[in-house]
Design a protein around this ligand. Structure first.
Ligand code: ZN
Length: 615
């Protein structure tokens, strides 16, 4: 039966925006982007209206659900799409359906994913030939993750991008970059997203973005995680296979995907080629890889007009759904097996950080669809190095791809055989994050004295970033684990390695990892000296030590008193033989004071402990 069209629907059909069938039933589901020829993007209210509209037009196939609240008290929405009405994770699991979670608007100015996803869902539902796809996979679509940033919009927020006319902000209302917050989970939006991920446990999590500047002719870049070596090997192999299939599928449909994020080896010289990025788990795709699932960062090309970006984003999501539907059984059994393997990682070695070798003789060259460009050693007007691209002169760049990923040697750790102990004093810093990630942990019963590993940092190895990042002063340092007997107070927590989140546990609690709670600056008080010995008191103690005064024995014990002649002999040897020692007052002070027991034994001591026991 032919349905009568409203004037607007007829117009949209005439423009080729909508098929006739879609327009008749779903005019209310047309996006502002479509209405305006992709000059503009809709508001948050429109996203909510579309979410609800999809659910009311297709109640048996769509559910519109709030899953959290932003800092400015806006609700976060997800569109759950299932041809079989599997609107809960339990139903999806019971039906054996794979789940794909897609988030758009993480960086709210890069909003193509929202307009792409809403139109794709509507059109799949309206098309009798496409609809069967939705019976094989459950799509959980978050149209706008950073909702407050989405409403904080202006015409100049994305200078490296063509359209829409106004763009949202990159960060949240509290100025947090959500795509650096996956481990720390400081933002309320992130805690909501982690809960959503935990509930749905998608086999693939795709995060939709727009690139940040470089000019070339590929319309979308795909970064899959885990990368080779990173995370579970079998999941990494499947991620690579999915990447290759997605690239082939998009090329077959006339798109031009890059199978990696385009980071230049030298940002002012494309001829030096590209370097493969392997992100730490503060980023979406690597976070989800640390959970033994597949993460995908989708970056449409910023210099394409907005409608072309939306098309590339839409094709990527659609193709991804098809691939996951086609490989559902393989993916499901692979992630289950990866969970089982990860639960047995205790005692194994694991790298917490990866890097890519930029070799002087690259082993691999690729062809990239670029433009002619001019490099400057002295740029016009301002001087200095720079580059200018000529978009009217396409050319192919035959350039190196540095893709030799390696685990950073200093980041390789041996995981404890039992797990980690969080002393009760630090419980309220650590436990909310364990809960946000769904990491298994339990309270240790009563006070216990345990043999554990303790890490202490030499004060001169510790440094802090001068610039705040995500509102934190990040910390670096070299520490060594040593076995000690430690009294663990009642109320302390045990975090076992024997769980499928073991990799994430290591990222959170192994102190030297780039995304550990220590590195993120949550334990900075351990490096703060709060009580000093007065200079005159130091001098008094040194003079007593120098002359062998029995007051040292009374204060610090007979053993130190007996050592005083040897300490003095060593001091005199150093005065006679060590260059510069005689004129270095601080070194001379330290020679004596270094023999006194520490007045602050907790200084530089990481409070979280490792144990080989299961508590
Ligand atoms: Zn982005």
């Amino acid at each position: 039966m032919r349905r009568r069209l409203t004037p607007l629907a007829s117009l949209l059909c005439g423009l080729g925006v909508l098929s006739t069938a879609v327009a008749a039933g779903a005019e209310a589901l047309v996006t502002t982007a479509e209405r305006t020829g992709h000059r503009e993007t809709g508001s948050y209210d429109e996203a909510v209206r579309l979410c609800r509209g999809l659910a009311s037009h297709h109640p048996r196939r769509v559910s519109c659900e709030a899953f959290g609240t932003s800092a400015e008290r806006r609700r976060l929405w997800s569109v759950v799409v299932s041809g079989r009405g599997a609107f809960t994770p339990e139903r999806a699991r019971a039906s054996g359906l794979p789940v794909v979670l897609v988030a758009a608007g993480t960086h709210a100015g890069e909003i193509d994913g929202k307009d792409a996803g809403m139109a794709l869902i509507r059109d799949l539902l309206e098309s009798p030939t496409e609809r069967p796809l939705l019976e094989k996979v459950v799509l959980v679509f978050v149209p706008v993750f950073n909702v407050d940033g989405h409403e904080n919009r202006g015409p100049y927020r994305r200078p490296n991008q063509r359209g829409p006319s106004e763009q949202g902000a990159r960060t949240t209302a509290r100025r947090l970059n959500l795509n650096r917050d996956y481990v720390l989970a400081d933002a309320p939006e992130m805690r909501a997203m982690l809960a959503l991920l935990r509930r749905w446990d998608p086999v693939v999590y795709a995060d939709l973005h727009t690139t940040d500047g470089l000019k070339f002719r590929h319309d979308v870049a795909l970064s899959f995680a885990p990368a080779e070596q990173q995370g579970d090997g079998e999941v990494a192999r499947l991620a690579s296979a999915l990447r290759d299939q997605l690239v082939a599928g998009l090329e077959a449909r006339g798109h031009s995907p890059l199978p990696f994020y385009p980071r230049l080896a030298d940002r002012d010289d494309p001829s030096r080629g590209f370097v493969l990025d392997v992100d730490s788990p503060r980023h979406s795709e690597s976070y989800w890889a640390a959970r033994n699932r597949i993460g995908l960062l989708v970056e449409t090309h910023a210099w394409l007009p907005y409608d072309a970006r939306v098309r590339a984003s839409r094709a990527t999501v659609e193709q991804l759904l098809r691939l996951v539907a086609a490989n559902a059984a393989t993916l499901r059994s692979a992630v289950r097996a990866a969970d089982d393997r990860t639960s047995m990682l205790a005692g194994a070695s694991m790298a917490l950080e990866y890097d890519t070798r930029v070799a002087p003789m690259p082993r691999r060259f690729i062809d990239v669809r670029g433009y002619a460009y001019e490099r400057y050693e002295e740029a016009p007007v301002v001087g200095g190095r720079s580059v200018a691209y000529f978009e009217d002169r396409p050319e192919v760049w035959h350039v190196p791809l540095h893709d030799e990923v390696f685990p950073v040697p200093g980041s390789i750790v041996t995981l404890p055989k039992g797990g980690y102990v969080v002393p009760v004093a630090w419980r309220d810093v650590v436990e909310p994050r364990l809960k946000a990630h769904g990491v298994a942990h339990r309270e240790i019963s009563g006070e216990r004295t345990l043999t554990v590993d303790v890490m202490r940092f030499a004060a001169d190895s510790v440094s802090y970033d001068e610039v705040s990042f995500q509102g934190r002063h990040r910390r670096q340092g070299d520490g060594v684990w040593r076995e000690e007997r430690v009294k663990v107070p009642a109320g302390s927590l045990f975090v076992p390695m024997a769980q499928s989140a073991a990799r994430l546990v290591a990222h959170l609690l192994e102190p030297t990892g780039p995304d550990s709670l220590l590195s993120w600056g949550l334990f900075n008080t351990i490096d703060e000296v709060s009580d000093h010995t007065a200079g005159h008191r130091e001098l008094e103690l040194i003079r007593w030590m120098h002359r062998g005064d029995p007051q040292i024995g009374a204060l610090y014990g007979e053993e130190l008193f007996r050592q005083l002649p040897a300490i003095r002999a060593h001091f005199e040897r150093r005065l006679a033989t060590e260059v510069g020692f005689a004129t270095d007052a601080a070194a001379k002070r330290l020679h004596w004071l270094g023999h006194l027991p520490p007045q602050d034994p907790e200084l530089g001591r990481y409070p979280i402990l490792r144990t080989n026991e299961t508590l």
